[in-house]
Design a protein around this ligand. Structure first.
Ligand SMILES: NC(=O)c1ccc[n+]([C@@H]2O[C@H](COP(=O)([O-])OP(=O)(O)OC[C@H]3O[C@@H](n4cnc5c(N)ncnc54)[C@H](O)[C@@H]3O)[C@@H](O)[C@H]2O)c1
Length: 436
């Protein structure tokens, strides 16, 4: 990786956040409307798709986009690293169902931290955002400013300035009638949708407690290769750096947090208190993130949410949600099966169960064609902030309110210098790490 900050023209996240307030939003507002989605309804134009972040999920999202609508072609790829683009292109190109619609010319393969801009400016109609979440606010803001429809993977940010930037971008997408669909995939799972609808319709009575787990094993790490600078090492191992992933509470257990706030009809909790630490996964290969968290969320009504998550090997695993109401209990079993309710009337989902990742894209492309924009902006940013709030509570050892979390000034992004030193930040210490 020879790219330097000087020749990418990249704004560091620090600079980006500094310019992403009212002035920057004004610039977006002043921009002309670019092909409002309503125009798609009247024709059968081919929709061109560009992918930013060509790893595992990005490649999967591109496949889902191509499967969603037979008049979709993939025309641009962007990634920090060329080998990831090559791998993605090879895999998608040989796919029997969609390979013929993978039409990415070599001059539409963009490498570097500014690749997202080149993908967005390459003439695409829809952008899929699947880089590490620390870059998401910058990518999302640029995609909205350019008038693109968007699928964005979760989480939406790793710090509160990032969440605020995404909130502003989502609002702007709404104003410009652009579709904005998030990768909080359980919201697109028909079984979960039906189960949460039951809960919202009162099948368990007033919700008093939600207990959620995301207890699982450790994940990958990528050993340092000769020639990798500190920044390349961290971006390649993005999972283990809070500025990039948000920690595993924000990156992975955010799915459980999403179901918890969904059970509460998307009302944000009033405050969070949390424990956490780094007990087993302590080697430098794993950056500075924790390997376990326990968070208690409290709502104004007195309802509580208990969230346990860990990434430790050889332990009992579970990924489920139990919603306790005044008159019954809902069990949300995720990958283990459809939700079931025991209450005044027992219920179990018996309907169809299509792949939720495919449903995300089916609904996105149908909304674009119909000129009926979708916008997941409000809840996708609330879910992300709820996860960040839990991390703040665990890292500092303090009880953190929703307002504190939302207004936090903590900007995690370092200056992005490909060749400079980028030390691993210290492991957060409850009682010592300050709330910022
Ligand atoms: N919804 C889900 O169930 C689900 C599942 C897996 C991953 N995800 C999310 O998808 C995202 C990607 O995860 P993944 O598993 O594909 O990781 P990955 O490491 O396989 O892929 C990430 C890719 O982004 C590239 N990248 C890094 N910085 C970039 C930048 N600034 N611009 C462009 N590309 C950049 C990396 O080189 C890599 O190829 C994450 O936000 C993750 O949380 C969601």
């Amino acid at each position: 990786m020879k790219t330097t900050k000087a020749n990418t023209g990249l704004l560091s996240r620090r600079q980006f956040v500094a310019t992403s307030g009212a002035a920057a939003l004004g610039a977006v507002v002043a921009a002309p409307l670019i092909r409002p989605s309503a125009t798609w309804a009247a024709n059968s134009d081919t929709l061109k798709v560009g992918l930013v972040g060509c790893g595992g999920r990005g490649s999967g999202a591109a496949l889902n986009a191509l499967m969603a609508d037979e008049n979709v072609v993939l025309t641009a790829l962007g990634d920090a690293f060329k080998d990831r683009i090559d791998g993605c292109l090879k895999n998608l190109g040989k796919n029997a169902k969609v390979g013929a619609r993978v039409r990415v010319q070599p001059d539409h393969c963009f490498v570097g931290l500014d690749a997202y801009r080149k993908v967005i400016d390459s003439g695409v109609d829809v952008v899929l955002l699947a880089s590490p979440p620390g870059f998401r606010p910058e990518h999302l803001k640029a995609a909205v400013a350019a008038g693109k429809h968007i699928f964005t993977e979760k989480p939406m940010a790793t710090d509160a300035p990032g969440v605020r930037a995404v909130q502003a971008a989502a609002e702007e997408a709404r104003r410009r009638r652009l579709s904005l669909v998030s990768g909080f995939c359980w919201r697109y799972n028909l079984a979960e949708r039906a189960g949460f609808q039951q809960v919202h319709d009162g099948a368990v009575g007033e919700v008093r407690t939600v207990y959620s787990t995301y207890n699982t094993g450790t994940l990958w790490s990528r050993p340092r290769q000769p020639g990798w600078t500190d920044l390349e090492y961290q971006v390649r191992n993005w999972y283990y750096y809070t500025w990039l992933s948000g920690d595993h509470l924000v990156e992975q257990a955010v799915h459980s947090i999403d179901k918890m706030i969904w059970a509460m009809k998307d009302e944000p909790p009033a405050r969070a208190t949390a424990h956490g630490g780094r007990q087993v996964r302590v080697e430098p290969d794993f950056g500075h993130i924790y390997d376990h968290f326990a968070v208690v969320y409290e709502w104004a009504s007195g309802a509580k949410g208990f969230l346990f998550c860990r990434q430790q090997d050889n332990c009992s695993n579970d990924n489920s949600d139990t919603i306790l109401g005044a008159r019954g209990v809902a069990r949300v079993l995720g990958f283990r099966g459809p939700p079931e309710i025991k209450g005044e009337k027992n219920w179990r989902y018996e309907g169809p169960r299509p792949d939720m990742y495919q449903v995300e894209h089916n609904e996105l492309f149908a909304s674009i064609r119909a000129g009926r924009p979708m916008n997941d902006g409000t809840w996708m940013t609330n879910t992300t902030l709820m996860a960040i709030m839990g991390r703040m509570a665990a890292y500092t050892g303090q009880t953190i309110t929703w307002e504190q979390a939302l207004n936090s000034k903590e900007n995690l992004a370092p200056a992005l210098d490909w060749n400079g030193k980028l030390p691993t930040p210290p492991v957060a210490m409850p009682g010592k790490t300050p709330f910022v």
